[in-house]
Ligand binder design. Sequence first.
Ligand SMILES: Cc1cc2nc3c(=O)[nH]c(=O)nc-3n(C[C@H](O)[C@H](O)[C@H](O)COP(=O)(O)OP(=O)(O)OC[C@H]3O[C@@H](n4cnc5c(N)ncnc54)[C@H](O)[C@@H]3O)c2cc1C
Length: 407
Amino acid sequence: MSKIYDIIIVGAGAAGVFTAINIKSFNPELNIAIIEKTSQALSKVKVSGGGRCNVTHACFEPKELIKFYPRGNKELLGPFHHFQPGDIINWFSEKGIELKIEDDGRMFPVTDSSQTIIDCFHSELKRLNIPILFQQKVEKINSENNEFRIITSSDKFICNKLVVTTGGFSKKEQYNFISELGISIVPPTPSLFTFNLPNNEILKLQGIATPVEIKLSDSKFEESGPLLITHWGMSGPAVLKLSSWAARWLHEKNYEFEFKINWLPSFNEEELKTTFEKWKQLHGAKKISNHFDFSIPKKLQTFLLNKANISEDTKWADINKQQLNNLTEILLSDTYHSKGKTTFKQEFVSCGGVKLSDVNFKTMESKNIQGLYFAGEVLDIDALTGGFNFQAAWTTGFIAAKSISED
Ligand SMILES: Cc1cc2nc3c(=O)[nH]c(=O)nc-3n(C[C@H](O)[C@H](O)[C@H](O)COP(=O)(O)OP(=O)(O)OC[C@H]3O[C@@H](n4cnc5c(N)ncnc54)[C@H](O)[C@@H]3O)c2cc1C
């Protein structure tokens, strides 16, 4: 015998639990359940933000907020006008949970513990009498006569409205239970990773961090920000942002690509050449290494001078035009060849998922199947690090909940 509910939510992650709580808060009459394939709810929330849960980001202007979403920016503009970081801060505050802002805008519970968020959600689920049915992996969904028939690994369910919040998957086949309904899936590819530089001399400088501009050759992708040299390649915010914006392009290149670093983002070629001419006149008799007054870490300076075939002991007056041209090129457009990628601190985010043009972002309902809704990372939405991925889950979950309960 199939178990019957008004609404079923598939997946007890951030998006699923938040959607369920809001549906029932708006409309307590509804009989709803969450189906979860594992034996635990909110497992990603638990480990998120290094165990502190970076709930959202202190960015309250929708037009600014969407700039952090390589995929989903256009579609999220409308939803952010209805539910944005200020709203999730208030939502938690009403439940007695205060969030704090860190210097870089990331927001965490004041307790610095993701358990605070999990406890809040569990107490709401209990108060509103929303069951989570564990170890029920949804394998097949049939949609006919305005109802959904769901077959899980151990049971059968029927409902009128279905919200899919199963998060992102790394393989396209894992989306089969959704695509079999006729929903288009954008193939998943990793996002947010660091660049590998096997056997590159620069790896000897591991630990050095400096602000740069970085550009992927033969593409439009470029980013600026701190760069960190690691023992396997290059990391830091500039690289992570670039990996996210260029996720699909890099995947097509099979992660073998060329990139260029501008170690002096505040200079253009002309300014740099004028500076060199000035230093040649002022410090002609002095060693270049003693009068190389850029804010680049010393070890990196030595490395870059060597790369330009200039010994540190060379006097400014003895440097010829060719050497200065080499140095200019290396400082402003230093070329590297990357082969492979490394996941950043296990914060794996996948791009890909339910095709956004198939979803109505005023309701989060499928444009093709009435009564079928999506929220969270199952959609082809992903963001940079900083609390933006959870914010997309809260926003899409809230919109789905509001639309379902008003229907
Ligand atoms: C280590 C780590 C740290 C992170 N830290 C942050 C952070 O601090 N801030 C931030 O904004 N983002 C962070 N993220 C990203 C963030 O966790 C995700 O964007 C967010 O969890 C997405 O929520 P979701 O509910 O859509 O999916 P999920 O949290 O993945 O939940 C999906 C749920 O669906 C279940 N499910 C899947 N398939 C089925 C099925 N067939 N049947 C039944 N159930 C199923 C899963 O078991 C899971 O419980 C982090 C990610 C990782 C991996």
